[in-house]
Design a protein around this ligand. Sequence first.
Ligand code: NDP
Ligand code: A1CAB
Length: 271
Amino acid sequence: MSLEGKKLGFIGTGKMGSALIKGICGSGLFSPSNVYASDLYEPSLDELKQNAGINVSTDNKVTVINSDVVVLAVKPQILRKVIESIKEDVTEDKLVISIAAGVKLEDIEKEFNDGTRVVRVMPNIAATVAEAASAITQGQNASKEDAEDALAIFRSVGSAIQVSENLMDAVTGLSGSGPAYIFPVIEAMADGAVYEGLDRNSALILAAQTVIGAAKMVLETGMHPGELKDMVTSPAGTTIRGVRILEEYGVRAAFMNAVIESSNRSKELAK
Ligand SMILES: NC(=O)C1=CN([C@@H]2O[C@H](COP(=O)(O)OP(=O)(O)OC[C@H]3O[C@@H](n4cnc5c(N)ncnc54)[C@H](OP(=O)(O)O)[C@@H]3O)[C@@H](O)[C@H]2O)C=CC1
Ligand SMILES: O=C(O)[C@@H]1CCC=N1
């Protein structure tokens, strides 16, 4: 495999950088001794050094010089400034992966020296538990092998697909932001059961497992979600009463609009 013996670097060890580092090291795809990371915020570096056993530095150049694949995991708003400070060390033998929401490949590529190989990825926070949903898109100088390497990295922490770049805003609104739509659903479903008398811990376990089970049925049966919903709703039964309430509150429209609004913000970040 082409990632064999390679070193992986992260610039930015915030929420997403740390989730990826822990997930990737946990998968065994890279050994912690071959993973480098830098950030301005030392406590997150200390935590990763201690708990993941990776190499850390407050100097981004150290990460770049030591790595074959460099993941840019800083906020979109400071991406340009960070690239400016590392570009001379990003030689053509290195692959750059940007996970910044909204920032287009051509805008990343033009900040680097000509010929820099870039792949853009939208992962999600579930990388921490190896259940991320990621999409990648390949820059003009990146090879098929670079795209395969990026897919291998992100498949080590969940599933990953390749899409054309014009779909990355939709991916961001759906799977990039999506966990934040589901966590409140789990909490609210548990609240309902607590209202009915179940203890909080049991309620959260049952609510979360219900979401896992429903998601697995969609992925593994290949059946349409509507058909799966019909399997649960007995005539004059309990479920259809709950479904009516969700329809009354426009929950499906709310979820659709949440994905669209998040995609719109991703488009704004490109400007
Ligand atoms: N969070 C998520 O679920 C997802 C995030 N993303 C993308 O991942 C990227 C990171 O997001 P997220 O992890 O949430 O953000 P965080 O703010 O949690 O992490 C960014 C980290 O970068 C650090 N940083 C700031 N300036 C520099 C610098 N010059 N050099 C090195 N590190 C620096 C920040 O330190 P300090 O806090 O001190 O500024 C912080 O620790 C974003 O581009 C986002 O769009 C993509 C998918 C999902
Ligand atoms: O909220 C954000 O901007 C980032 C990108 C996708 C998830 N979190």
